[in-house]
Design a protein around this ligand. Structure first.
Ligand SMILES: N[C@@H](CCC(=O)N[C@@H](CS)C(=O)NCC(=O)O)C(=O)O
Length: 249
């Protein structure tokens, strides 16, 4: 029977930054529960959530082994890798190559593809912003191209072995076609993506996410008012203030 004191809790929804943590938990075979946060209707701005992450964003991980809430998906992957001694070399050049590409995902791939999601996929009224759409599409194209070029010469992003750089990047690479790029022009990226999709931990994670998040995310999105959606998409100057008052340290 699972020792409840060792069970981790991942707060989130079915988005790429949460999915990467879900995959890591499955790869490490750690006991965890998924806790849905209704971001479309503003649950991330409730005081109890802000006490875990004053930025009001998912994912947040509660790990009894750490003893404090952890936010920022890259930091969470880093913690889980160090805690387990897996998917991040302990020292040497390879460790810093993994860190480098984890930072590329966190600082460039996530933000640029996330903005392209916004201007291409999400709001119905994004078409009037061709400059923004064109800018993020061009940035995304550079990043998808860089990944394909890199993966043409090596099996994994950092060459040596599957790592937290691959885990962090994979959920974002699933957007290639929806972002309007030709999969045939990215054969190495597709080979790498298919290999990861077939990993048993990734299959298990997808099933857990689907069960825990899909229906509830859809229903909370449907329940969101226009004001909720304006706040979620940042289309208002009336955003909740960042609140550090409940954060212990
Ligand atoms: N850099 C952060 C980004 C987190 C992030 O943007 N989370 C989104 C979902 S993927 C979110 O919580 N959005 C709700 C909001 O911004 O209010 C990470 O990687 O953890």
């Amino acid at each position: 029977m699972t020792n409840v004191n060792k069970t981790l809790t991942l707060y989130g929804m079915g988005s790429p930054n949460v999915r990467k943590v879900g995959i890591m938990l499955e790869e490490l075979d750690l006991p965890y529960v998924l806790q849905h946060v209704a971001v479309f209707t503003g649950e991330q701005f409730r005081p109890d959530f802000l006490a875990m992450n004053p930025l009001g964003k998912v994912p947040v991980l509660i790990d009894p082994a750490l003893g404090r809430p952890l936010f920022e998906s890259g930091a969470i992957l880093f913690w889980l890798a160090e805690r387990s001694g897996a998917y991040l070399p302990a020292a040497g050049q390879n460790r810093y190559e993994v860190m480098q590409w984890l930072m590329v995902q966190m600082a460039s791939i996530g933000p640029m593809l996330g903005q392209l999601n916004h201007f291409q996929l999400l709001p119905k009224d994004s078409a009037p912003y061709p400059y923004a759409h064109g800018r993020y599409k061009a940035q995304a194209e550079r990043l998808y191209r860089a990944l394909d070029d890199r993966l043409a010469a090596r099996e994994w992003i950092t060459g040596e072995a599957y790592s937290i750089a691959d885990i962090a990047t994979y959920p974002w690479a699933l957007y290639l076609e929806r972002h309007g790029f030709d999969p045939a022009a990215h054969p190495a990226l597709l080979r790498w993506r298919d290999t990861i999709t077939a990993r048993p931990a990734v299959v298990r994670s997808a099933a857990r996410f689907s069960e825990a998040f899909t229906a509830v995310s859809t229903s909370t999105r449907r329940a969101a008012t226009d004001a909720d959606l304006d706040r979620f998409f940042g289309r208002t100057e009336d955003m909740p203030a960042t609140d550090f008052s409940a954060v212990k340290r």
